[in-house]
Design a binder for this molecule. Structure first.
Ligand SMILES: [Mg+2]
Length: 127
């Protein structure tokens, strides 16, 4: 399936540390699924995304990060989602308008709302 990944407060914590089990998570999702960035740090091409992550994540995980494809969207992240395919979207926050589009496409259950503060093991739970 397609996996859409936000970065802030999903792969890295609010205090800019790698999320717990982020390396195992990245290996798992990139080995088993088609992964796409869905973050304000990626608008059409991934070099800025990787440049940003370089500050916080170990360089050993870049073999996984390099497999994640860029997306392009303008107002809403849902513009970049292919609703014809099975997917999961990992994000800590979605806009009301994005929620409505998920509901309209009967895909609300495909959103994985990440809350590392209340569940620091959330990435591991998915693996
Ligand atoms: Mg975020």
């Amino acid at each position: 399936m397609n996996i859409y990944l936000d970065i802030d407060q999903v792969l890295i914590t609010k205090d800019l540390k790698p999320a717990k089990n982020v390396y195992e998570f990245l290996k798992y999702v990139t080995d088993n699924h088609e992964c796409y960035w869905l973050t304000t740090h990626c608008k059409g091409e991934e070099s800025n995304t990787l440049e940003y992550l370089k500050q916080f994540l170990d360089k050993n995980c870049f073999i996984y990060l390099n497999k994640i494809k860029p997306t392009n969207w303008d107002m809403l992240k849902t513009e970049a989602i292919d609703f014809k395919k099975e997917f999961k979207w990992f994000d800590d926050y979605v806009l009301e308008a994005e929620k409505r589009i998920l509901l309209k496409n009967e895909c609300f259950d495909k959103l994985v709302l990440v809350d590392l503060k209340s569940n620091p093991n959330q990435l591991k739970d998915f693996i």
